[in-house]
Design a protein around this ligand. Structure first.
Ligand SMILES: Cc1ncc(COP(=O)(O)O)c(C=O)c1O
Length: 340
């Protein structure tokens, strides 16, 4: 099976398993796991932040990051298909009392006019006060799209004078970095808190890191434990993350080339099914209307697993376990089915 449902489906490589099995460990709740600490320090430095916190998931890193910026009963703004508002099962509301309002953008980009219009930084006793804006880079459900750096800089300049803060859901920030050549820290420094995932394109089995100011991360450490997610000899998992940082960042360019190869094969038979300009990283969204369910089913019968992400929308994500031959085969299968 060629599994294009998500880049979360990768299995640890033999070299990664070897790194995990020799990791130096300790009790991380006591702050004594040297491998976890090394990972946290390394990711914080890469993103231009003071401190980091290793978490079990990207969702938890987002919850902890957003809660450090937005108090119960206050508001977070984000794009309408952002993972924080669509795919974290209401965690920000259910566990932290955070309310959200959204804007819509075809590529999931920051919309400065919408933020300007929606933002009510200090709304007094009658309306909800906006305390933060969350940005997703790359944007998963919009098709792995990259946020334009200039717009992010303008967003910072827009919110700073009114004291509104910024959280970056950078689950796939590595992909944005490789696609654009923009340094991770140049993205990271524009935000108050940043979450990044090790378990997606980087191919680690588990884990994300939240970075931010030392005081916010110290508080996030307390909340992580409070939510039942403190962990002990997690160095075996952090070692996978460190290995991924050493070996799996630059190779994301291969995933991007594979996504493009598939998108171009589809466009050649059905140009209306894919917006090639929107294929910037490792995600391809096919807009195939009422053919979506049948396409997913028939592709699976041909050994290519995909998934739907909205009415008529089929998503494919390339990753570490998809070879060039796999990408070519997937392209062939999808083009044949859509050309039918
Ligand atoms: C953009 C984005 N943010 C956050 C997450 C959450 O990561 P996790 O599944 O580790 O909770 C995902 C997961 O796919 C994602 O795509």
């Amino acid at each position: 099976m060629i599994d294009l449902r998500s880049d979360t489906v990768t299995r640890p490589t033999a070299a990664m398993l070897a790194a995990m099995s020799t990791a130096d460990t300790g009790d991380d709740v006591y702050g004594e796991d040297p491998t976890v600490s090394a990972l946290e320090e390394r990711v914080a430095a890469l993103l231009g932040h003071e401190a980091g916190l290793f978490t079990v998931s990207g969702s938890l890193a987002n919850v902890l990051g957003v809660r450090s910026l937005v108090a119960p009963g206050q508001e977070l703004l984000c794009e309408e298909r952002a993972h924080v508002v669509r795919a974290e099962l209401g965690a920000h509301a259910a566990t932290q009392g955070v309310t959200t309002r959204t804007w819509a953008h075809p590529r999931g980009h920051v919309d400065l006019d919408a933020v300007r219009r929606l933002m009510t930084p200090d709304a007094g006793p009658y309306l909800v006060s906006t305390k933060a804006v969350a940005v997703e880079n790359t944007h998963n459900f919009a098709g792995g799209t990259v946020q334009p750096l200039d717009a992010l800089r303008e967003l910072r300049a827009l919110v700073d004078p009114v004291g509104v803060r910024l959280h970056l859901d950078g689950a796939r920030l590595w992909n944005a970095h490789v696609a654009t050549g923009v340094a991770l820290a140049d993205y990271g420094r524009l935000f108050d808190t940043v979450s990044v995932c090790l378990s997606k394109g980087l191919g680690a089995p588990v884990g994300s890191v939240l970075v931010g100011p030392a005081a916010a991360i110290a508080e996030a450490r307390v909340w992580r434990k409070r939510l039942g997610a403190g962990w002990r000899q997690a160095g075996v998992l952090a070692a996978a993350g460190l290995h991924a940082l050493d070996h799996h960042v630059e190779r994301l360019a291969d995933d991007h080339a594979h996504a493009r190869l598939i998108a171009e094969a589809v466009a050649a038979v059905d140009p209306s099914a894919v917006d090639l300009a929107a294929v910037e990283t490792n995600v391809v969204i096919l807009d195939v209307g009422d053919r979506a369910a049948a396409l997913v089913e028939r592709a699976a019968a041909e050994g290519v697993l995909t998934g739907t992400v909205g009415p008529g929308l089929v998503r494919l994500i390339t990753h570490l376990d998809v070879t060039t031959d796999d990408a070519k085969r997937a392209a062939e299968v999808l083009a044949a089915l859509l050309g039918d």
